[in-house]
Ligand binder design. Structure first.
Ligand SMILES: O=C(O)CCC(=O)C(=O)O
Ligand SMILES: [Fe+2]
Length: 244
């Protein structure tokens, strides 16, 4: 177990390095998604929530009902990203790129994801995807997010990460993070994840490889949020590919 005092004083970079990545990789390979326990501190969650009201930080605001995406609102940050979010994106990327390349190999494909975020973003930029995608989401009672995928152009990274920024059953109830896995020629399987404040889920953007008796096949995943029954739920989405 990590020393809780060290955990408090260490910056986010050190906290990410100190995660049990061996077990996260194993869990990702076996079940396709993995929970990261308490990575953000309470004051960090509070400061991220407070940013929501600072209009100048965002490039786009989406009223989900308008597009029939659900009920709630989200805002995409504009460049330059706040340092905490930049660090999360930069520091989570390299481990997830290792997993992404391992998944390509399992499918008999060549490893193609650069080891670091910057060259990956340059690939996005060459495809006209230049707008940053990290976002804050806010749902009031009655809010929800329909099952969806977040691809914003030809280039996309196969993992994304979502952080809960409010306390379950104290600040809000319901609002589980949903993942539905569509299996070829079989019924879909759903997962409802109750994420604690400061914790996160790593999940596949689009597909994941599954090893079967006749080799490796792929399932398709969609994610969303179940109805918030009371209170306000805030979350932070870290998407690694930029948008068109
Ligand atoms: O609010 C949530 O937990 C869902 C976030 C989401 O859709 C995303 O990060 O792409
Ligand atoms: Fe999403």
């Amino acid at each position: 177990m990590r020393n809780p005092v060290l955990h408090m004083i260490n910056g986010i970079d050190k906290r990410i390095d100190a995660l049990d990545w061996a077990s996260l990789h194993e869990v990702l390979d076996v079940q396709g998604f993995a929970e990261i326990p308490a990575l953000l501190q309470e004051n960090e969650c509070a400061s991220l929530r407070a940013m929501y009201e600072e209009e100048a930080r965002f490039r786009t605001r989406i009223d989900m009902a308008r597009y029939r995406f659900g009920i709630g609102e989200y805002r995409y940050f504009q460049a330059p990203l706040p340092p905490l979010i930049q660090s999360l994106r930069e520091r989570l990327y390299p481990e997830l790129a290792v997993a992404a390349n391992r998944w390509l190999l399992r499918l008999g494909k060549e490893a193609s994801y650069p080891a670091d975020l910057q060259p990956f973003l340059e690939q996005c930029h060459r495809h006209g995807q230049t707008r940053p995608t990290p976002l804050l989401l806010k749902y009031e009672a009655g809010g929800y997010n329909c099952l969806h995928q977040d691809m914003y152009g030809d280039v996309y990274f196969p993992f994304q990460v979502v952080f809960a920024l409010k306390r379950r059953d104290i600040d809000y109830a319901g609002g589980e993070f949903l993942l539905v896995e569509q299996r070829p020629r079989a019924q879909s399987r759903g997962h409802a994840l109750a994420i604690e404040q400061g914790s996160a889920v790593i999940f596949p953007t689009q597909r994941r490889p599954v090893s079967g008796t006749r080799g490796t096949y792929q399932t398709t995943l969609r994610h969303g949020v179940s109805t918030v029954t009371w209170g306000t739920r805030f979350s932070l989405g870290i998407i690694f590919h930029d948008a068109q």
